[in-house]
Design a protein around this ligand. Structure first.
Ligand code: DC
Length: 226
């Protein structure tokens, strides 16, 4: 049976960097579940589906074709044979992704895709509902968080480095808090700390320290020890 490390938390908590590093250390494939919600959102926008109409989004969600391929330590997603890349990382997608992710049919579709990935081997899966809804039985569940100011500063730095956005720190923080609010108050699989998940506040920790904390909390045989 494939092993799954599940990591949830709000935007900018450091989930992607931590999951990638933990995956590299242990040889588990990194799975970015947020990218699937972003792909759904991008495809809605590309095809003129109004993301505020949940029935339209639900009907369209069934039609989006996403191919999942294990590649260089992660699961790569292909739409019509191509990786979406930074096309799913724009402020426009940021603004539309949370409402799209409230639609049950979208969540069901993404959850089914994520569960099917265990066929490829051991996984580190990051998202908002991985510890509570997608893999709630995993013995390795983490809730990663950080203060809103630290999270906004990280997101802004990432966006500037990618050259895909030019928003003030205040604008980045406002958009992040707006998404947090939708993600944690939605009806289906809201973001919350699962009972029994290990909570890590990364506000004052380096990436290495967070990675070590995660690895130290894993079942001993998952760390290559017995
Ligand atoms: O982690 P991210 O910013 O790439 O996520 C994009 C959006 O998808 C975000 O608004 C929350 C949503 N999401 C979700 O609802 N459940 C997940 N497991 C992952 C992301």
């Amino acid at each position: 049976m494939a092993r799954v490390i599940a990591i949830d938390g709000p935007s900018g908590a450091g989930k992607s960097s931590v999951s990638r590093r933990v995956g590299e250390r242990l040889g588990f494939l990194h799975v970015d579940s947020g990218a699937l919600y972003r792909i759904m959102t991008w495809q809605c926008l590309e095809n003129g589906v109004d993301t505020s109409l949940s029935d339209a989004v639900a009907a369209f969600a069934e039609k989006v074709k996403i191919e999942c391929v294990p590649e260089a330590g992660r699961i790569q997603y292909l739409v019509k044979g191509e990786e979406p890349g930074d096309r799913i990382r724009t402020p426009e997608i940021n603004a539309h992704a949370s409402p799209v992710a409230t639609v049950k049919a979208v969540r069901d579709r993404v959850t089914a895709i994520l569960r099917s990935l265990v066929a490829f081997g051991d996984l580190v899966v990051e998202g908002r509902d991985i510890t509570t809804a997608v893999f709630p039985d995993s013995p390795a569940r983490f809730y990663l968080t950080a203060s809103a100011d630290v999270r906004a500063a990280r997101r802004q730095k990432e966006e500037v480095e990618k050259g895909i956005a030019d928003q003030s720190a205040e604008a980045v923080k406002a958009s992040l808090l707006a998404r947090d609010k939708i993600d944690s108050s939605r009806k289906y699989a809201p973001l919350r700390k699962a009972d029994g998940a290990v909570e890590i506040d990364s506000s004052n920790l380096t990436l290495d320290q967070v990675v070590e904390t995660v690895i130290a909390a894993l079942p001993p045989d998952w760390r290559g020890e017995s």
